[in-house]
Design a protein around this ligand. Structure first.
Ligand code: FES
Ligand SMILES: [Fe+2]
Length: 480
């Protein structure tokens, strides 16, 4: 049974005192108050432990349902030394198997593709899509073994919101319990109606957690993305002290396993107000004359530069907002939502009714423990996923998925898309904002190796998402 800790907007959560690290955690890996030792990022031994104890026992997003287009479509999910084959077994069933031959262990399939049966590339043993053995060449020469013994070894797989999750632990709790409270909070965003519009992977010179950490807080926005709060988005000069006064505040909220941050507006006013909440109608760019223009530009910049989270429909709605008449007393945000709503409905899309309370609870970005992040928005979303790269704790494969809602008439339409992997993020054409984030990953890693640095000292308001990951990981890493 899952227990949801009382979420706290300020991040100064009561579990700090009550949830001390397990006794069995060795001193060098032990968390302190809002403190994470660097050994948990840099030691090869720690990565080995993660691969043996954490990734083998947690639910992870292996792919999206739409990637398994037809019966026999498969996607390989690799995590460190583990490889799992996710297969569409029938129109309605998805199965997952350890990707290893029952004869001499050979990996059965790589990457993605579509097959009639699963055939080992070494001696050609064959399996049906349900994992049952179909052919053992010269079977009479082998010690008699039951078909059951020769079948592929299943891995748990369950779906939510169009995501296909796997879990190598046969005794794991059901996916929906594990994800709690995400399925309830994300329900109004209807991820099942979204499809991958693009997916890019980059190999980065940092630990798999380092890049996720950067996307789990918005405390870095003033330092890393100063243009985000400027009218002139081309101006990426470091923020002035005056500009820092208007920085946004993004408190974190931690749950039993998952955590999120929520950008709630300017720190000054947000911390004054007793109940600051994320409100998508309240964003904008400070220091400008026309609030319609400021609001529209912040929507359009996200789509133009990041190519996700917003979409071409919200871009057009923003364009129309620039010249729209604002009713007396109405801000640009409410007018934008009305224009956006009318536009998508007239073009055959379902509009997601999301109440102010639901927006507030959803916040900005969620860590789906252990290695993914979701950013919910009306009609679009980003999904990030990070995985260790080989056995090097200082490298990872980081992927960005741009998800977009499709018109209701296309829910059953098969779509092709082309996942790409780049050895160098600078070749991936990811825009200014992502490039700023990814540039940091190397600098963080170099600095973390300095003998002068011992560990992360985290903000108790804005960086508890990062702490929470380690707190939850401890439960898996030090138990059998
Ligand atoms: S190793 Fe697969 S058939 Fe021999
Ligand atoms: Fe960033």
């Amino acid at each position: 049974m899952s227990v949801v800790l009382e979420p706290k907007l300020t991040g100064k959560t009561p579990w700090f005192a009550g949830d001390a690290p397990p006794e069995s955690v060795p001193e060098k890996y032990r968390l302190g108050r809002a403190y994470v030792p660097k050994t948990r990022y840099l030691n090869p031994e720690f990565l080995e432990l993660e691969l043996d104890k954490l990734f083998t026992r947690t639910w992870q997003i292996a792919c999206r349902e739409e990637e398994l287009t037809g019966v026999g479509s498969y996607v390989e999910y690799e995590i460190g030394k583990h490889s799992i084959l996710v297969v569409r077994e029938s129109r309605t069933a998805i199965s997952a198997y350890f990707n290893a031959c029952r004869h001499r262990g050979t990996r059965l399939a790589k990457g993605r593709g579509r097959v009639g049966s699963i055939i080992c590339p070494f001696h050609g043993w064959r399996w049906n899509l349900d994992g049952s053995i179909r052919l053992v060449l010269d079977r009479e020469e082998f010690v008699p073994r039951s078909d059951e013994h020769l079948g592929l070894v299943r891995v748990r797989t369950e779906t939510w919101g169009g995501f296909v999750f796997i879990n190598m632990d046969p005794d794991a709790a059901p996916l929906l319990d594990y994800l709690d409270p995400i399925p309830r909070i994300f329900e109004p965003f209807h991820y099942e109606n979204m499809r991958i519009r693009w997916q890019k992977g980059v190999v980065l010179p940092c630990n798999w957690k380092t890049v996720l950490d950067g996307f789990l807080e918005a405390y870095h926005v003033a330092g890393t993305h100063p243009q985000l709060h400027r009218f002139d988005k081309a101006n990426t000069n470091i923020a002035s002290m005056k500009e820092l006064e208007n920085r946004t505040w993004s408190p974190t909220t931690t749950y039993e396993r998952h955590a999120h941050y929520s950008s709630v507006g300017q720190k000054k006013s947000a911390t004054d107000a007793s109940n600051a909440k994320k409100d998508p109608t309240a964003r904008g760019t400070s220091g400008t004359v026309d609030p319609r223009e400021a609001f529209a530009l912040s929507v359009q910049y996200i789509y133009d530069d990041m190519r996700g989270l917003e979409n071409e429909r919200s871009w057009r709605a923003a364009e129309a907002l620039k010249t729209a008449e604002l009713p007396e007393g109405q801000g640009p945000g409410a007018a934008f939502m009305k224009i956006y709503h009318d536009l998508v409905v007239s073009e055959g899309y379902e509009w997601n009714d999301i109440s102010p309370e639901q927006w507030a609870e959803a916040g900005t970005a969620w860590n789906v423990f252990p290695n993914s992040i979701l950013l919910p928005n009306q009609g679009s979303s980003f999904m990030y996923r990070s995985r260790p790269y080989g056995d090097d704790p200082n490298q990872c494969l980081f992927e960005i998925f741009g998800l977009d809602q499709v018109p209701a008439s296309e829910y059953d339409t098969k779509r092709e898309y082309d996942p790409q992997v780049f050895e160098d993020y600078r070749d991936a054409d990811l825009g200014e904002v992502f490039s700023q984030d990814l540039m940091n990953t190397k600098e963080i890693t170099v600095g973390m190796h300095s003998p002068s640095f011992d560990g992360h000292r985290l903000s108790e308001d804005q960086e508890m998402t990062i702490y929470n990951h380690h707190r939850v990981a401890d439960r898996f890493l030090w138990t059998d």
